[in-house]
Design a binder for this molecule. Sequence first.
Ligand code: VGL
Ligand code: ZN
Length: 238
Amino acid sequence: MFDRRRILAGVGSIAATGLVSKPLSAAAPIKVDDSSALLVIDVQNCFLPGGSLAVKDGDQVISVINRIAKGFANVVMTQDWHTVGHISFASSHSGKKPFETIDLKYGKQVLWPDHCVQGTDGAALSKDLAIPQAELIIRKGYHKDVDSYSAFTEADGKTTTGLAGYLKARKLKRLFVAGLATDFCVAWTALDARKAGFETYVVEDACRGIDTQGSLAKAWADMTKAGVKRIQSGDIAV
Ligand code: VGL
Ligand code: ZN
């Protein structure tokens, strides 16, 4: 005869050790290591509430970014940095309005309100970012006739910003991307990071999107297809 009490007691002791207490679906926390870098994309006044190209709830990324940045020894920030009369501005094309598109030599270009003009307050990084250890600020979009959403490669698909070379020289291989806007500069940066062979995570709750003409859904579809990992800030081990 088996001893029912003993069997039940055994089950109880397994539960008490914690072996069965975690749901099987919980993913392991993602560890930040010496080869990891946080890329903080375009957290600039123009993209924040009150700015000329304000991203809805854009300011909400700041506390999330400040929190996760504490876990990174390596942080790179980017700044959209346009000339006066930049080709991406609707005001540079007669009869065109912001959010319309035009065909340029290098492809389709969404036209934007004037934003992030070099040296202006709108182009400044948010004063609420608290990431003193950031090592590099990379500026992009400074060629008047070419836009650059990506922190790696301009919209002509060939002119490089030098970021891939910097990261490789520093032996940084795993990139965590956060900032504004999910569907433009974050997505293009993440896609180029994959093309350059980096392991790439986009921290969704540390980003906000513009979402014009289906751009946000398309950006996530493109990123997923390219092997970008879509994570939340809470997935990163602290
Ligand atoms: C951005 C539109 C135009 C961005 C920059 O930072 O996502 N979007 N320029
Ligand atoms: Zn821009």
